[in-house]
Design a binder for this molecule. Sequence first.
Ligand SMILES: C[S@@+](CC[C@H](N)C(=O)[O-])C[C@H]1O[C@@H](n2cnc3c(N)ncnc32)[C@H](O)[C@@H]1O
Length: 273
Amino acid sequence: MEMDSATPIPSDKEFQLFQQLIQDKLGIFLPAQKKALLSNRLWKRLQACQVKGFGDYYRLIQSPQGKGELNIALELITTNETYFFREQKHFDYLQEEILPKLRPGTNFRVWSAASSTGEEPYSIAMVLRDRCPSEWELLCSDVNRTVVEQAKIGIYPDVRVKNIPPEYLRRFCRKGVGPQQGNVRVTAELRDAVQFFTLNLHEDFPDIGKFDLVFLRNVLIYFENDNKSKILERIADKLNPGGILFVGHSESLHGISTRFTPVKPAIYRLAGR
Ligand SMILES: C[S@@+](CC[C@H](N)C(=O)[O-])C[C@H]1O[C@@H](n2cnc3c(N)ncnc32)[C@H](O)[C@@H]1O
């Protein structure tokens, strides 16, 4: 995004205040070179709140009456880029290695733990609906309430569904008409099969049971090693014995967690105890 000449830039001291706040609330580490990102994402809120600079905006979101605004600011800081069937190798592994070993009468539990606007969990749901021989449950969560609400609605512009295999597109998606022309909606059958909720990976997890497979993809990159380790510890505690963890292909657990054994690039198994 281009910044116009009037866009306020935080001073180093102001940036450090935001850096600390974001780290405390979300666990996300914003390095110094992300000053422009902070400015790009928040300057419209400074205008909306009619405050002059980042110092005043910081004081506002730290005040008791600024709680709602704090949530808005934190949501704007998260990066929600995602798409259907991202990193196809994970879906291949699910179809070829995991699902064929399941037996009818068992319950396969999956968690998409940074699910953004829903493309990831709906891709998983399509595969499970098509190929899973057992019962299954799919939970999906994100810290950003707005993207969770978007995910629940399950409406996407045509251009965003091009990665969905044609057969799944026919079976699980409906073309919009009238005001929804140019959009596609995931069927109610699929939407109802997914449980959506907000969850902050940086805090203790609620009681959501144990899982056989967790998608934790393209989110660890935003954390420093110490916070990565803590998140992985909590994720490990939520996996059943032999449970599988998928991380993004640019992410590695090497030197960060001893709770997992590598299986393939970006695929880990809970280490046996
Ligand atoms: C780049 S998206 C990745 C989406 C999806 N997993 C994928 O790979 O396409 C990262 C997501 O992580 C979420 N996120 C960031 N910090 C988080 C936290 N502390 N707890 C839970 N989710 C978080 C963001 O809101 C965002 O939707």
